[in-house]
Design a binder for this molecule. Structure first.
Ligand code: ADP
Ligand code: XUL
Length: 529
């Protein structure tokens, strides 16, 4: 009865947990979402996170992620989703975040009881009640040390795909080992957000996949295994706490009886290794053609592309193992000041309304009359800027205090995507077309600016949630590989996926306006680094 089978993709992101269910022919059957701030208010997060007063430490409670899974599955039951037909599940996690499981956690996971909620059963299981997440920038010291021990930033990048990054899990682990030695020694296992969510479903600690594992500064991206040197430079006994690395298409187990008895899942429902949200977005967009550059505008803004022969940079960007094509890679650039920074400007000058924001954007000329703005409301990843601030320059490069409201709107959007273009070029990405995804990709006024800045067409997928959709595709793909007992090309399965539609085309004179200010932008940005 293969026509009746369904596949579930989850996305455990910064602000919430999403689900996308697809049919065998890749049609979206059902979607749902849980918002941490709204649906789990008892955790008192803001945008899903806690920001410490030091301006650097950013964490989230893993018990909230656990609670969100039950809420989402209850919703699916309430809305009569035929979960018994779900043949496989995969998922995305916000990258780099770590979940610290205390002694006895593995046996607690194995003993899950369908009579009561996950949160009630797993409370107290964590050796760290607040997990460091990707927005954390408190590990500069550990990064310096890792690069030093590994022979410099370029040597570390050549091995792990990235120079040392403050958000990368290995550096977060080193910090906890140094500052909270008791926590470290009481920790039975360390998961990524992705492998943790998969572990909840299987009822056992499951392996980290090679693609999300590339975001830790710990894995040899060529051999797809932990680097003994990087582990040693990070913390003692780490290999055992991390467990093995597996290819992204691996089956990591079947759903635990908890889900069979409580929600009606089939006991044969397989769980395919979860991965990072950006790798899964690449899968969701079916991004394999050279020259296709994805721009994902979720909480962070990211840019990524598939590539075969990467040259990791000791200064910027990240190389990850490709989640869908064995032997291939993906290049990525991340801007922390993405949607949340745009939202802050929208709230300050557009009355909190995207339509007003768009009217203001469209009322100003491309290039903003020479005015350039850089909004670092949070410490920035690309370019690396630790101190927050808003910098505004007039057409003569003089720093000024004020723009008009409409100029502010144009300045933030232009500043964000001029910087993206600059750094994409920095890691050798020259796109022939752009594919936009993530929450802000429904905003065509923003897409128009992006198209003009790059001078390329912008396309959008039918669904903005490419991370949960990509996870559903990977569930389908992982099961197909398992059933064939060999690797099957992802592309052959994707034939049925909906192609992109054109959302913006560049205007020649607007593009020329950006060409004119590009070098100025580069120079001004460099002054701030
Ligand atoms: P994540 O997966 O990181 O939680 P999403 O991909 O769901 O994030 O994107 C959420 C973001 O989308 C919100 O923070 C919001 O700023 C942005 N967004 C939603 N609608 C619009 C819009 N019309 N214009 C611009 N941005 C939008
Ligand atoms: C990627 C990164 C962010 C998170 C957001 O390196 O830090 O895009 O994955 O969920």
């Amino acid at each position: 009865m293969s026509v009746d089978r369904l596949f579930l993709g989850l996305d455990s992101s910064t602000q919430g947990l999403k689900a996308t269910v697809i049919t065998e022919d890749l049609t979206v059957f059902y979607e749902a979402a849980v918002s941490y701030d709204q649906d789990l208010p008892q955790f008192e997060t803001n945008g899903g996170v806690y920001r410490d007063s030091d301006g650097q430490t950013v964490t989230s409670p893993p018990l909230m992620w656990v609670g969100a899974l039950d809420l989402l599955l209850e919703k699916m039951n309430d809305e009569n989703v035929p979960v018994s037909r779900i043949a496989a599940i995969s998922g995305s996690g916000q990258q780099h975040g770590s979940v610290w499981l205390g002694q006895g956690a593995e046996s607690r996971l194995r003993r899950l009881d369908a009579q009561t909620t996950l949160a009630l059963q797993l409370e107290g299981m964590f050796s760290l009640e607040r997990s460091p997440i990707w927005m954390d920038s408190s590990t500069a010291e550990q990064c310096q040390n890792l690069e030093h021990v590994m022979g410099g930033a370029q040597a570390l990048a050549d091995l792990t795909g990235s120079r040392a990054y403050v958000r990368f899990t290995g550096n977060q682990i080193a910090k906890i080992h140094q500052l909270q030695a008791g926590v470290y020694s009481n920790t039975e296992r360390i998961c990524l957000v992705s492998s943790f969510m998969a572990s909840l479903l299987v009822g056992d600690v499951v392996p980290i996949d090679a693609s999300d594992g590339s975001g830790m500064n710990l894995m040899d991206i060529w051999l797809l295994q932990w680097s003994a040197d990087a582990l040693r430079a990070t913390a003692p006994g780490l290999e055992h706490k991390l467990g093995p690395v597996v290819p992204s298409h691996s089956v990591v187990g079947d759903v635990h009886t908890y889900y069979v008895e409580r929600y009606g899942f089939s006991p044969d429902c397989r769980v395919i290794a979860f991965s990072g949200d950006n790798p899964n977005s690449l899968a969701g967009l079916g991004l394999q053609a050279l020259g296709d550059l994805a721009i994902s505008m979720g909480t962070s803004d990211t840019m990524f592309a598939s590539l075969e022969k990467p040259k990791p940079s000791g200064t910027e960007g990240n190389i990850f193992v490709n989640p869908i094509t064995p032997g291939a890679f993906m290049a990525m650039i991340v801007r922390q000041n993405g949607s949340l920074a745009r939202e802050q400007v929208r709230d300050n000058v557009s009355g909190g309304d995207w339509d007003t924001f768009n009217e203001q954007l469209e009322s100003t000329p491309p290039g903003n009359g020479g005015k350039i703005g850089m909004f670092f409301l949070e410490p920035e990843i690309t370019p690396p800027i630790a101190r927050t601030g808003i910098y505004k320059f007039d057409a003569e490069d003089r720093q000024v205090d004020h723009f008009t409201k409409a100029e502010d709107v144009r300045a933030i959007v232009e500043g964000q995507f001029l910087s993206m273009r600059l750094h994409a070029e920095g890691i050798g990405i020259t796109p022939s077309r752009l594919i936009a995804t993530g929450g802000a990709s429904i905003n065509t006024s923003i897409l128009k600016v992006i198209s003009d800045i790059f001078g390329k067409n912008v396309y959008v997928a039918e669904r903005a949630d490419s991370a949960s959709l990509g996870a559903a595709y990977r569930a389908r793909h992982g099961l197909a590989c398992k059933e064939a007992d060999q690797f099957i090309s992802f592309a052959t399965l994707m034939d049925a996926a909906t192609p992109y539609s054109e959302a913006a085309v560049p205007d020649r004179s607007a593009h020329a306006a950006y060409e004119k200010i590009f070098d100025r932008f580069r120079r001004l940005e460099r002054l701030l680094c």
